[in-house]
Design a protein around this ligand. Sequence first.
Ligand SMILES: [Zn+2]
Length: 131
Amino acid sequence: MILTIRPGTDKEKREAIVSAWYRQQLKIALPPLIEKWEAVMGVKVNRVFVQRMKTKWGSCHSSKHNIRINSELAQKPPACLEYVVVHELAHLLEPSHNKVFVSLMNQFMPQWRQLRDELNRIPLTHQEWKY
Ligand SMILES: [Zn+2]
């Protein structure tokens, strides 16, 4: 991707532009994914928020049925985004990361560990903006 900007645009502004683009990409990619996994897992998501987060890929407010997805996932393989969606939807069935949660993940996405490892190969805090 080539980002064309006016000379003198500061780092903060450049980051904001790229961040908005990532967010927009996920806003397009997420609805069909969520629809697919809602049907598979028998859950219903109320609202989906996409925002840049420093320390996590996603979060779930299980009692409100809202999920939050990190816009930085736009930089990752699509399978990793799907893993995060399944992980957050699984929290609608089991809020904590206990045995029940793990067995749900094993059931719905047997290869989840591989995708999680791929996702965390480059930790969020070590990612740098590539310009
Ligand atoms: Zn979790």
